[in-house]
Design a protein around this ligand. Sequence first.
Ligand code: ADP
Length: 448
Amino acid sequence: MPEETAEHLKEVTEQLYKRNVDLAVRNKILSLLRELYQISILTLEPKDLATKVAEKVQVALDFELFGVFLYNENEMSLTPLGFSVSSKFNDSQKIQGCSLERLTIPNTSVIPTLAEVIKNKKVREISHIKDVWGTLMPTCDFTALANEANIKSTLVLPLVVRDQAIGLLMLCLNREYTELSQFERESIFNFVNIIAVALDKAILYKEIQIANARLKELDKQKSEFVSIASHQLRSPLTAIKGYSSMILEGSFGEINDKARGAIDRIFQSSQRLVLIIEDFLNLSRIEQGRMQYEWATIELRKLVEGVIAEMEGPLKDAQLSIDFSHDNQEYNITADEGKVRQVVTNIIDNAIKYTKHGGITLKIKKDSDTRKILLEITDTGIGIPPDVTPKLFQKFSRAEDAGKANIMGTGLGLYVAKQIMLAHRGNIWVDSEGAGKGSTFYLEFMAE
Ligand code: ADP
């Protein structure tokens, strides 16, 4: 073979070899990026995430050290979150008696290079690792450590999200930074971005979890407070209601009309307060899972007739008509009689409260196929705007009209009613053609 051809062949082979090496590096980095992406999806705990990332990158790219630090803006501190070092680095660390993994950097202002990376959000090459840890660990021989661990260059990269540095990465390489290929350098910047976003997501997730736990605790305390306060209010109120009722009945002698009017108002107001307190007690029972049910077979038609009879007075006062149509069938259900009575009373009471003219009609029917019993309660009252209906069964929810019309209420009745209906494997919902067009409430039960 002529010498020239041999020379050319050698050159081509060398080039091929270089390209092969380059391809292998690209392959390795691409699969590393894929793995980092997987870790970022599956790992939600910040420390866990940083540790997994550090181990993966340090081993895959043969770094001597890979550290993920979290930056605390208030304290200006850097806490190591994930750390991975080569065995060479680890051995030397032990010999030199310096353990860097757990060393928090209390204030970046004492280490100008790190402070600059955080402030400018730009990568920096550090001439010696002593510049980072030297002041914090004066006993450690960092020159020996760098020699034994074969550290040729050190890079500090900021982890930036929403234009804020949330931490930084520290990389110790066994090559000069300038020896890295363009592709390797670009890849480092790529995985810095992936790590920053993943870490940010993990931190936010943790913050949400903490806030959620705190909210749950507050909610529990609120329920307990409502329960205690309601119980405490109940006894004095019973006395007010009892004595005012006795005065009205004449148990303490004759009273004049002026006094009767005033005491009647005391009696009515205390009765209203009793109902409000009962709503609050029901709310805390439901929220603390303490609502108790006594199951028995009851006949729904009779129960509804009973409630209508009890409401005669308020219906008369409001000058509203009432009509209950049924087919004289028996509508037996397994239920807690007191609670179902409470729901039906509440719906009729609301119908009276929110209706100025007209009346209330009730219908009951059974579907023999599904064995569902449906009780419909329709009024000719203020109606409900369509966007409000889905929210009415949430606690403390009241339509704007209800407040504007100056009608008293807590917005708890329908919430409690829904919980009671669900406990009966039933349901409750409302239909209204809109403001001013009346409403129909539906109560659905399972027949026995
Ligand atoms: P409240 O104590 O406010 O009456 P409820 O939970 O019983 O609480 O009812 C929630 C809201 O539903 C009421 O504030 C009112 O806006 C609306 N609502 C309930 N029943 C009717 C009705 N029959 N007609 C119109 N609006 C009603």
